[in-house]
Write a protein that binds this ligand. Structure first.
Ligand code: ADP
Ligand code: MG
Length: 370
């Protein structure tokens, strides 16, 4: 069954009504670091406001235990207000009766509910909690693609209680990512770096027959080195994944670094020869999927590989490119560029959900919209 997209309906029927809009606010402070993920919410909010619909924003942050105030969504209210251009009324409690009154009688148009994970019903996908949330509005829109791999009340159970739709960002994510699964042009290259091969093996497996080359770096490359019996010192790698990667180990599709930057007995970045070789391969690609920075880019000394890959990726204007993963998209800041991202490059806000989607999995938050 297809997904219900909000872009495809006539919103007139909801004029004067209230929309529950699930958004992704799971950004680690400082928010500026990943502000593109918050900005990405704005088009759907404006779209609803333009149609004279009140918007109640639903979101979560971190993994709080009840009442853990560091995870409060309160600081997001002024940020969202600035981005949307209208005041955002923060609601700090879960007394649903009085929330309903507040929304009904307020002259404000946009509300932000406190961190849903303060209520245990959220992660338990509780139907009772979903019903309480549903009681706050007339229809539900999910724009939190990044949370769609979680079977939580505000993305899954809630659609049993209200008319439901996918938002504009959600649609953009699905349509862009589908391209890479359905009609990638060759040569198709996949770049996998970052910390753990266990997070990325699903993507490698699912894209294995579709893509021609897999450029590995970071923890994933180290695990391949270890599987080949090469020394990795104290570098990050996953011993228990060695057996899982055996089928891919000697394939010509796997491209491992030929040199590394080593410090503190650890491989912390790809070396200059590898950066050059990877850049050359990237320049020839027509389709690229990139997840995982190739080095410990947070430290300047080990950011050269990540910078080289960004430069190569942004230079290839002929390829359709997706860059995803929380740290990978955040690493763009090392370029210090204020330039627009070229149109052929899609920065996914999806994080872990993107990895699961590109692994061919069914995600509960997507299934709930069908
Ligand atoms: P994403 O969030 O984009 O999916 P990951 O979470 O898998 O990416 O990995 C990102 C982290 O991996 C970054 O913090 C980066 O510093 C780290 N990293 C990459 N390569 C190395 C390396 N060789 N040694 C240590 N850490 C690394
Ligand atoms: Mg990460």
């Amino acid at each position: 069954m297809p997904i219900n997209y909000i872009s495809q309906i006539n919103l007139k029927k909801f004029r004067g009504k209230t929309c529950l809009l699930r958004v992704d606010l799971n950004v680690t402070p400082p928010v500026e670091k990943e502000v593109f993920r918050i900005e990405a919410i704005v088009p759907t909010v404006k779209f609803l406001l333009k149609n004279r619909i009140k918007v109640v924003l639903l979101g979560h942050n971190g993994r709080p235990v009840s009442g853990d105030k560091v995870y409060s969504l309160k600081p997001f209210a002024p940020i969202l207000s600035g981005l949307i251009g209208v005041p955002v009324d923060f609601i700090s409690h879960f007394d649903f009766l009085s929330i309903r009154q507040e929304i009904r009688f307020s002259s404000k148009k946009v509300f932000l509910l406190e961190n849903l994970r303060y209520e245990k019903g959220e992660t338990e996908n509780s139907d009772a909690f979903a019903r309480k949330l549903a009681g706050l509005g007339d229809f539900f829109v999910n724009d939190a693609f990044a949370v769609s791999h979680r079977k939580n009340a505000s993305v899954a159970a809630i659609t049993k209680h209200l008319p439901f739709y996918a938002g504009l960002l959600f649609e953009k994510e699905i349509k862009n990512l589908d391209f890479f699964l359905k009609k990638p042009k060759k040569p198709f290259m996949v770049i996998i770096g970052g910390a753990k091969i266990s997070d990325k093996l699903g993507v490698l497996k699912f894209l294995w027959r579709r893509a021609g080359k897999f450029l590995l770096a970071g923890g994933p490359a180290n695990t391949f080195f270890a599987a080949k019996g090469l020394p990795v010192g104290e570098s990050i790698f996953e011993k228990n994944m060695v057996k899982n990667i055996k089928p891919f180990l000697n394939s010509v599709k796997i491209v491992l670094p030929v040199d590394s930057v080593v410090s503190r007995k650890k491989i912390l970045d790809i070396g200059p020869k590898t950066a050059e070789q990877f850049a050359k391969i990237i320049s020839k690609a027509k389709t690229i999927v990139w997840n995982g920075p190739p080095g410990l880019f947070e430290e300047k000394e080990f950011a050269h590989g990540t910078e080289a890959i960004w430069t190569a990726v942004l230079k290839n204007r002929r390829a359709r490119i997706v860059v995803g993963g929380g740290d990978t998209t955040a690493s763009l800041k090392i370029l210090n560029t204020k330039d627009q991202i070229p149109k052929n490059v899609f920065l996914s806000t999806g994080g872990g959900a993107m990895l699961e989607y590109l692994s061919g999995k069914k995600l509960p938050g997507i299934e709930a919209l069908k």
